[in-house]
Write a protein of this length. Structure first.
Length: 259
């Protein structure tokens, strides 16, 4: 396989790298909460619901590049999050199977909406794999602002999110991310850095999780450009590889535990 060195253009890879950092900014702390709650597939469910909002907006003839699609995605995600917050109070012991059921309903609902669309297959691929190489710096401004606000809320609440706070912030973070990187990368960005650092605590856990995520995006983008492979799929694999390599690192003392 021939390496395509000409594809290493900063004008394309630069915005894509920044998009990855914007996604990781909120997904690293939220991913740790997802693991601690044992509701691993909530990100897939909410991402799929946000995607259905996008598909529904396009089905209704709303401009796919306008604010209408953004509001449709956010509204759908918040409705899904509200439903899950309610089921968490009503049937907490069944929350994981309910999340899985909601994911299946959202996924098949999107297929039904795209059934008679001649470009339905392409729309579905964009939703799942994303188009990270096509983002521009201008596209990243709304997502970056939203991520900063969500991080501010996390800091104010000292990372402790309960009930509607958790589900609402989670839905907004997923809405911004799924339109940048797709459903698969949303899941990988949440879970893989969190899994890589599950045996660590405090500052070292957070720093290593961000390093794993950043390395995964950078190497994934470079390899996808060099070998002319789909960027989203490649980044998922490099995130997994970086997560595995992180397990080989010696466990350093936690700086936050030093008196």
């Amino acid at each position: 396989m021939t390496l395509n060195w000409e594809a290493l253009e900063l004008s394309i890879l630069g915005p894509a790298c920044v998009a990855g950092l914007v996604v990781l900014a909120t997904h690293v702390p939220l991913g740790r909460q997802v693991l601690s709650r044992g509701i691993i597939f909530i990100d897939l469910a909410i991402a799929q619901i946000a995607g259905v909002g996008v598909i529904l907006a396009q089905w209704l003839g709303i401009d796919e590049h306008g604010l209408g699609v953004q509001f449709a995605a956010a509204g759908a995600a918040l409705l899904g999050a509200g439903l899950l917050a309610w089921t968490d109070r009503r049937w907490p012991q069944y929350q994981e199977p309910l999340i899985g059921s909601l994911f299946v309903l959202a996924a098949t609902g999107g297929l039904l909406l795209l059934a008679n669309n001649p470009q339905g297959g392409e729309h579905l691929k964009d939703l799942l794999v994303g188009q990270i190489l096509w983002v521009s710096y201008a596209d990243l401004v709304p997502a970056a602002v939203l991520s900063a606000v969500l991080l501010g809320v996390l800091v104010v609440r000292r990372g402790q999110l309960r009930g509607p706070w958790f589900y609402g912030l989670f839905a907004l973070a997923i809405t911004a991310s799924v339109q940048l990187v797709g459903v698969y990368l949303v899941f990988a960005s949440l879970i893989l850095p969190a899994l890589a650092t599950v045996r660590r605590q405090g500052v070292s856990q957070t720093v290593l999780a961000y390093l794993v995520g950043t390395a995964g995006y950078v190497f994934g983008l470079l390899l996808s450009a060099l070998f002319d492979l789909p960027s989203g799929a490649m980044i998922v694999w490099t995130l997994a590889a970086c997560a595995l390599l992180a397990q080989l690192l010696p466990k350093a003392p936690d700086a936050s535990a030093v008196p």
